[in-house]
Design a protein around this ligand. Structure first.
Ligand code: ATP
Length: 275
């Protein structure tokens, strides 16, 4: 992992390099109508770094992940992954999304797991995991199945290959969704409140799987969660969001045990999730 960098480096006009941050958000702003969701926000994430985004509801955390998926366009600013820009500003201030081919290349390196697992209900578990590698990455069926079985074993579902999603618990379905995301061999895994819809026991199973993945791989992870123990265990760094800004960024021990901002302290006191 590269050393975490506290703030974004470079400017939109400079040639992008990977030595100053793998994922860079530079002066990103976004509003929905009058609602200013992200306000001139800059941060970067190193390759292999695991970063957790915390903060009150509506503070813009999911919007950050959606921008990396090119599901939400910023109003202004620059986003790049490695040497590739997703969004950048022209000299005239106009915000430009990278060309389709370019976006596809970057998007191919990123997968996201959502709160709702969104498995294909009419496909068995194994096919849920092989579908995209075969049809998007062009893998052979045999190769995709071999990898899918490894991943399903890893998430503790090696005996459920022929089950349909409706035959699984919510926690099991979410673990299939995680295996499905990893089957795309992403460099970057985005996790958006992946346990929020689950009972604590099932959430704990999912978080255990994610802990193992975090510890055994060098995948770059951006995680939005209210599971604070998990955040403490796996993150290199925690970013505290409030009103569209990052008000505190620090290693988990510091954020959780000795927050510098009063707002961080009150937010943490209000979070009951100890998974
Ligand atoms: N497509 C949209 N249209 C209008 N407003 C939106 C849209 N998407 C997000 N918002 C608003 O942007 C704000 C930030 O949303 P976001 O989901 O990023 O917050 P969050 O920090 O992830 O919150 P939560 O923890 O509740 O998921 C919210 O006020 C939300 O209602």
């Amino acid at each position: 992992m590269t050393e975490p960098s506290a703030a974004a480096a470079g400017s939109p006009g400079e040639k992008a390099t990977t030595d100053d941050g793998f994922i860079v958000f530079d002066q990103i702003s976004k509003r929905f109508g009058k609602n200013v969701v992200l306000d001139d926000l800059s941060f970067s994430v190193g390759s292999g770094e695991r970063v957790t985004l915390i903060g009150p509801s509506g503070s813009g955390k999911t919007t950050i992940l959606r921008m990396l998926m090119t599901l939400t366009k910023p109003d202004s600013g620059t986003i790049r992954v490695g040497e590739d820009y997703l969004y950048h500003e022209e000299r005239n201030g106009e915000l430009v999304k990278a060309g389709e081919q370019h976006v596809r290349k970057v998007r191919g390196r990123i997968t996201m797991v959502f709160q709702q697992y969104n498995l294909f209900p009419n496909m068995r578990v194994l096919r849920n995991v092989t579908e995209a590698p075969v049809h998007v990455l062009g893998r052979s069926q045999d190769e995709a199945e071999e990898r899918a079985k490894e991943l399903l074993d890893m998430v503790g579902l090696g005996d459920k290959l022929r089950a349909y999603p409706s035959q699984l618990s919510g926690g099991q379905q979410q673990r299939v969704a995680i295996a499905r995301a990893l089957a795309m061999d992403p460099d970057i895994l985005l996790l958006d409140e992946v346990t929020s819809a689950l009972d604590p026991e099932l959430a704990a199973e999912v978080l255990d799987v994610l802990r193992d993945i975090a510890k055994s791989s060098d995948i770059t992870m951006l995680c939005v969660t209210h599971a604070m123990k998990f955040a403490r265990d796996v993150s290199h760094r925690v970013l505290m969001f409030d009103q569209g800004k990052i008000i505190e960024a620090a290693p988990p021990a510091e954020i959780f045990d000795d927050p510098k901002q009063e707002r961080t302290r009150t937010f943490l006191e209000s979070v009951l999730d100890e998974t």
